[in-house]
Write a protein that binds this ligand. Structure first.
Ligand code: SAM
Ligand code: SF4
Ligand code: SF4
Length: 334
């Protein structure tokens, strides 16, 4: 199934909750996501059965990779039960999760792995505890996330990916420290350009540290050599340490967009299907799931959305796109 620009549907990112226990300043600024922010109610969230049904239909339409995200996915009670339902869907060859690690205990990591989770990405925005707390804005200690990484390793969820979003003036001084910490561990750090997702984080182009700057900062300490992509549409540019200490990825969504190979659909916690991270509106699938529609009808609705898809926001980002109303990252899923 190809979209209007010839891109197949391959990956599905599922936000299982719009809530989070952290308030990273670039994602859920406290001034907006404070005490009086109205999150989704329980009955507005897709149930595990509903999520699994969408995944079955999407898998039949060609999607073979699923990533659970949010908000913070581990806030959703009994997440391993969902993992086990999804890992049983025929055609889903890759099942992964992105988490901040705050709730990833050893027991949880083991249960997720036993339920069929294949890979995990844990976000770490600094190895300096002060900076880390300043980024998450709820005084959450770095040590707990490092323990979560160990728990994931013990559970066999290797290789672990570590995501670091770099914002100028906030944590750019932590780039080399993060690279240093994870060299030789087998974990793969991906350094990510700060994006203008949603309308609440106050994004400015001046705050973006380009992938080239990040690569130069790391390369000055340890020379890097480019590596081939693992597969078509891989978003991270791969670089290996010349001394054999492992690899890193650089994700340049802003300075070198990759819309041409974007094969990702996103399902929000409320059951809307989005075809771009920067979209303003999604197609409501929840009402179809709850009004007796057949799988064929749901599949036709998804097919209609995908075949009309012509999104390429990052390629056309400009002053003209700056004022557009966009969905928030915590709602759509990063
Ligand atoms: N709460 C989980 C976590 O933080 O890993 C999963 C959801 S979070 C939205 C997924 C990823 O999106 C995280 O690695 C986060 O750093 C990244 N992210 C959030 N806002 C971003 C932004 N404005 N630009 C780039 N990446 C962002
Ligand atoms: Fe929460 Fe993840 Fe957003 Fe941070 S990046 S506020 S951990 S959803
Ligand atoms: Fe895909 Fe939209 Fe990002 Fe382009 S801007 S890579 S279409 S999610």
């Amino acid at each position: 199934m190809n979209d209007a620009l010839g891109r197949p549907l391959r990956d599905l990112r599922i936000s299982v909750t719009d809530r989070c226990n952290l308030r990273c300043v670039y994602c859920m600024p406290k001034a907006v996501f404070g005490r009086d922010f109205v999150f989704l109610e329980r009955d507005q969230l897709l149930t595990f059965e509903e999520i699994a049904r969408v995944v079955r239909v999407m898998s039949a339409a060609g999607a073979h990779k699923v990533r659970l995200t949010g908000g913070e996915p581990l806030l959703r009670r009994d997440l391993p039960a969902l993992v086990s339902m999804l890992s049983a869907v025929p055609g889903i060859g890759d099942l992964a999760m992105t988490t901040n690690g705050a709730l990833l205990t050893r027991e949880m990591a083991k249960s997720l792995a036993a339920a069929g989770l294949r890979r995990i990405t844990i976000s770490v925005d600094s190895l300096d505890d002060d900076v880390f707390r300043r980024v998450n804005d709820v005084d959450f200690p770095l040590a707990r996330v490092l323990a979560a990484i160990d728990a994931a390793k013990e559970a066999g969820l290797m290789p672990i990916k570590i995501d670091m979003v770099v914002v100028r003036g906030l944590n750019e001084s932590s780039i080399v420290g993060v690279a240093r910490h994870f060299r030789e561990t087998g974990h793969i750090v991906r350094f990510i350009e700060y994006m203008d997702v949603g309308n609440t984080n106050g994004w400015r182009m001046e705050d973006v540290v380009s992938g080239a700057e990040m690569r130069d900062a790391i390369g000055r300490e340890w020379p890097l050599v480019p590596a081939e992509p693992n597969y078509f549409g891989e978003v991270a540019q791969r670089w290996c340490y010349a001394d054999g200490a492992g690899e890193i990825g650089i994700i340049t969504s802003v300075t070198q967009p990759f819309c041409g190979s974007c094969t990702r659909a996103r399902l929000s916690a409320a059951g809307e299907l989005y075809t771009c991270l920067f979209a303003g509106k999604g197609r409501d699938l929840r009402s179809l799931l709850r009004n007796g529609s057949t799988d064929a009808e749901i599949s036709a609705a998804i097919g209609a959305v995908w075949s009309a898809r012509d999104d390429r926001y990052s390629e056309i980002r400009s002053a003209a796109t700056a004022g557009l109303k966009k969905v928030e990252m915590s709602h759509i899923g990063g």
